[in-house]
Design a protein around this ligand. Structure first.
Ligand code: FES
Ligand SMILES: [Fe+2]
Length: 398
């Protein structure tokens, strides 16, 4: 089913490529420039989008074994993701029910029980409070009511989603609109986490616009990706999630020249030849394929920083196979290149761009008929901000 969908998209890309066209939307969209710098709007995005929407907080391969855990801060919320003895994931607020201390430092590790470093209370892998230090001195409490605070978690396609609201009614599977089936074609659950890096960037939407936008490629990235790369894009949607794919199909090759594939044999194409383009996961993730050191993807996860002017992007370089020494060098070279492109071209431009917008002298910014993916993204941002907690689960229905 998913392979058929991938072939359908490849053939649609070819149709446009042959005709010199792309998937246009009907109109140019104008949105207020203030959407990129206004503190109240930004706070709404943090509270109503990021705190209510399933967020990618990691990949399965970071914590593959029973007892593995990952602890991170997401928008100031300390989150502990654990894999229990049955291989299932749990997510908790990383805060002890005694007086709130973090149970573990941020990072990745393996534990069956979590002992609080402050006064020594302990929690089991199911989050239950199993031990109180000096209980005879402390006094009697109902331990069953003092488990760690649970957060909704979902693992699909080798990717981990968490909602930062404990009692969220959002159905995380519905939120994916079947997109996880397509993402599953990458088979990331078996891939190797080669390395991760963190980059500081501009406003999260300024930064994210760039991932949905192929229009800028031959201009802003003329020195890195080259002037000949296409600036056209066909967006494909699954709810708020979008794949943005060039009409001009080519397959990245380790041997230098990219390969133009044979469409008469499309049914025989290896799967990875069908997975090109940028796969975005709303509201803040992109996945794109590269060949440095072997088949790889760069998964980029963007988080708003402490104010409207900054964001932080965690880049995961994931590889299909564990690299040997030489492949490691090539992978590092590829990762250096991608870090350079994002930091020195995309984000440097974004940081300067937002200075211009913040003057208030420009009322609106525009997304052309050729920038449908950006239009769809901003449409969902508005839609979610304007939806009550009660109605939110209804947004994610086919
Ligand atoms: S805060 Fe955890 S035991 Fe006291
Ligand atoms: Fe870019």
């Amino acid at each position: 089913m998913s392979r058929e969908k991938l072939i359908e998209m490849a053939l649609n890309n070819k149709k446009h490529s042959d005709a010199g066209t792309m998937e246009y939307v009907d109109n140019i969209l104008e949105i207020p420039a203030a959407n990129y710098y206004d503190a109240d709007i930004w706070q709404k995005e943090v509270d109503l989008i990021f705190k209510r929407t399933p967020l990618v907080l990691g990949v399965s391969k970071e914590i593959p074994n029973p007892g593995d855990y990952k602890s991170i801060d997401a928008l100031g919320v300390p989150v502990l993701i654990t894999r229990d003895s049955d291989g299932n994931l749990n997510a908790y607020l990383n805060a002890c029910r005694h007086r709130g201390a973090a149970l573990v430092e941020n990072g990745i590790g393996n534990k069956k029980r979590f002992g609080c470093p402050y006064h020594g209370w302990t929690y089991g892998e199911d989050g239950s409070l199993i031990g109180i230090a000096s209980p005879e001195d402390f006094g009697s409490i109902d331990k069953a009511c003092k488990s760690l605070v649970r957060l909704p978690v979902l693992e699909k396609a080798g990717i981990i989603w968490v909602i930062l609201t404990p009692d969220s009614k959002v159905d995380m599977e519905k939120f994916l609109f079947g997109y996880d089936e397509l993402l599953g074609m990458f088979n990331l659950s078996d891939w190797h986490v080669f390395s991760t890096r963190v980059l500081k960037g501009p406003n999260w939407k300024v930064a994210y616009d760039g991932y949905l936008d192929l229009y800028h490629l031959p201009v802003l990235h003329s020195e890195t990706f080259g002037k000949d790369i296409s600036n056209q894009a066909n967006p494909y949607e699954w709810g708020p999630h979008q794949r943005v794919s060039s009409p001009f199909m080519f397959i990245p090759s380790t041997e230098g020249e990219d390969i133009i594939p044979d469409y008469d044999k499309i049914n025989e194409w290896p799967l990875d030849d069908l997975m090109g383009g940028v796969w975005t996961i709303f509201p803040n993730v992109s996945i794109a394929s590269f060949m440095g050191g072997g088949r790889a993807v760069l998964l980029s996860q963007l988080m708003p920083g402490d104010n409207p002017d900054e964001s932080y992007t965690t880049q995961y370089y994931l590889m299909e196979n564990k690299p040997n020494k030489q492949q490691e060098e090539e992978a590092n070279k590829q990762f250096d290149f991608l870090e350079y492109v994002v930091r020195d071209e995309d984000y440097t431009t974004g940081i300067r761009l937002q200075k211009g917008l913040k003057t208030g002298m420009i009322d609106n910014v525009m997304f052309g008929k050729n920038e449908g993916a950006g239009q769809t993204f901003h449409g969902w941002v508005d839609k979610i901000i304007n939806t009550s907690d009660e109605d939110l689960p209804n947004l994610y229905k086919e």
